[in-house]
Design a binder for this molecule. Structure first.
Ligand SMILES: Nc1ncnc2c1ncn2[C@@H]1O[C@H](COP(=O)(O)OP(=O)(O)OP(=O)(O)O)[C@@H](O)[C@H]1O
Ligand SMILES: [Mg+2]
Length: 482
């Protein structure tokens, strides 16, 4: 009996579920509108200036988020939970369309066929297949086509890889016929003879690489089922490896039956940002500063393009804000207690009391990101003396856009501007030049040669994203980096 093969892929670790009760796969929008007491998702204009906030994306007016409100906090985390199905799946329209059109063609012409969907973890493959199944059934119902029977199998749930054949046979068994031989043989037999009364079946085999056995027989037999003359099987296999079909289905290739491959590319920064915004749009208030979401999207896109990571990091950033609120409440209490016990002391200053925590900021996001992605470059930047960090920050401003290098003299001007705007006395040019040499030695910038120090060329050696990421958690740089 074939055994389950080792999983040959790199999967993103399942992020921890931090909410008390893990939400189920459901649409929050549906859920919100269904509860009579909850806030309606229709965004209403709110008259009081105090409560209104402009959304970056749509300029719609949303109310202020109150992270101290347990229910509002729970809702914000829930829209970002990966098991909460979004009401609209953006950025995967093209891929879904290719799969849907393929399935429609098979149903319309009652023709079997196979498709292989691949892509890195968290790129929306499984999510998209759910949507395609729904759309196919709607389309068949509206067009009066015979409805295919749908079978979704996560191959990791099979005790034996060959159980996939019993599952397929089980669907056809509604015909009541009892055959002889193994389930695979019965299917091969069935698909070799004409039987117009048998329904087409759509089989979505997710995590298909679990079917890779030593002799590769199961995977091969499964795809071969779609090549029998009277096969009724539309097979959609889903896994990570782009070359799975080439490596494990060579005979299918030689028979010219190689499945069409649909590649789900890793999400780009803009796509991650759009998906996050779309999910957060379900809430009637603004939870994140736009720059915070942008930072998350940029970092996740550069690292993996895995949407699970982006969602997990955003939830973690909310937790950073929660921690800040807790800390500030503690220090406020301590201050109040002290002032009431020592009667002469004034009460906590108003600005401490009034401190507002109504949005997840860029520094919360930077902290959440640093929990997930640490790199030697980021560590080095974070452990630099403050003035060297300011030099890196000013160099980043120079190298934004098309500029590939600058001179030490020019860099010194930007450095002094940042220092002066923050009321920090800048160092002299000699000291500055020494600090640049240290940064050059650490591989953070490249310093060219020149007799005149001021004319030495300075070129970037590290990613702008790493500088932003490393410094954003430090309050001083919050304004400089934007
Ligand atoms: N386009 C999208 N819009 C909204 N949410 C998305 C989108 N893509 C992915 N997600 C979120 O990311 C989660 C992971 O996506 P999905 O399970 O589809 O990944 P996958 O490509 O099947 O990954 P794996 O290869 O690890 O199985 C989804 O549950 C969903 O919450
Ligand atoms: Mg999946």
């Amino acid at each position: 009996m074939p055994s389950i093969g080792a999983k040959r892929r790199f999967r993103s670790p399942a992020p921890p579920l931090s909410a008390a009760s893990p939400p189920t796969r459901k649409s929050l929008r549906r859920c919100i509108t269904a509860t009579p007491n909850s806030v309606p998702t229709v965004i209403q204009k709110i008259d009081t200036d105090e409560n209104k906030v402009e959304s970056h994306e749509s300029n719609a007016v949303k109310s202020r988020w109150n992270p101290k409100d347990v229910e509002q906090l729970r809702m914000a985390k829930e829209v970002l939970h990966m098991s909460t199905a979004p009401s609209t799946i953006v950025c995967r329209e093209e891929e879904q369309n290719v799969v849907l059109e393929f399935c429609k063609g098979c149903v319309e012409h009652e023709k079997a066929g196979s498709l292989y969907i691949c892509g890195c973890p968290g790129t929306g493959k499984s999510l998209s297949m759910e949507k395609v199944k729904d759309n196919l059934l709607n389309w068949a119902t509206q067009g009066d086509f015979p409805l295919p029977d749908v079978l979704s199998v996560n191959c990791t749930s099979l005790s034996n890889t060959s159980d996939i054949f019993s599952k397929i046979l089980g669907l056809h068994k509604s015909l009541g016929k009892k055959g002889s031989g193994t389930p695979l043989q019965q299917l091969q037999n069935m698909y070799s003879h004409e039987s117009p009364t048998t329904n087409m079946i759509l089989l979505v085999a997710d995590e298909l690489d679990y079917l890779i056995t030593k002799d590769r027989a199961v995977l091969h037999d499964l795809f071969m089922l779609t090549t029998f003359p009277f096969s009724r099987c539309i097979l959609i296999g889903v896994a990570n490896a782009i070359d799975l079909a080439d490596r494990f289905l060579p005979r299918l290739t030689s028979l010219n039956c190689k499945p069409t491959v649909v590649n789900f590319r890793a999400y780009t920064k803009d796509q991650i940002l759009r998906i996050l915004e779309e999910r957060l749009n379900e809430l009637p208030y603004i939870v994140f500063q736009h720059q915070a979401l942008e930072l998350c999207a940029r970092k996740v896109a550069a690292a993996s393009g895995d949407m699970r990571n982006a969602l997990c990091i955003c939830r973690s950033a909310i937790e950073m804000l929660e921690a800040e609120i807790r800390e500030s409440a503690c220090s406020l209490n301590a201050l109040e207690e002290k002032s009431s016990s020592e009667q002469n002391l004034p009460t906590a200053p108003d600005f401490v009391k009034k401190q507002e925590f109504d949005m997840v900021r860029i520094d919360h996001m930077a902290l959440a990101l640093s929990k997930t992605y640490r790199s030697p470059v980021v560590d080095t930047i974070q452990s630099l003396p403050h003035h060297q960090q300011i030099i890196l920050c000013s160099s980043m401003k120079h190298f934004r856009g098309a500029k590939k290098d600058t001179t030490l003299g020019e860099l010194y001007k930007s450095y002094t501007t940042i220092c002066k705007s923050s009321l920090i006395p800048p160092t002299g040019i000699m000291e500055f030049s020494n600090m640049c040499r240290v940064l050059n030695d650490q591989g953070l910038i490249k310093l060219g040669q020149s007799r005149d120090d001021k004319l030495r060329r300075v070129t970037p050696k590290i990613d702008e994203g790493d500088i932003t990421f490393a410094l954003q958690g430090i309050r001083f740089f919050r304004n400089c980096l934007q």
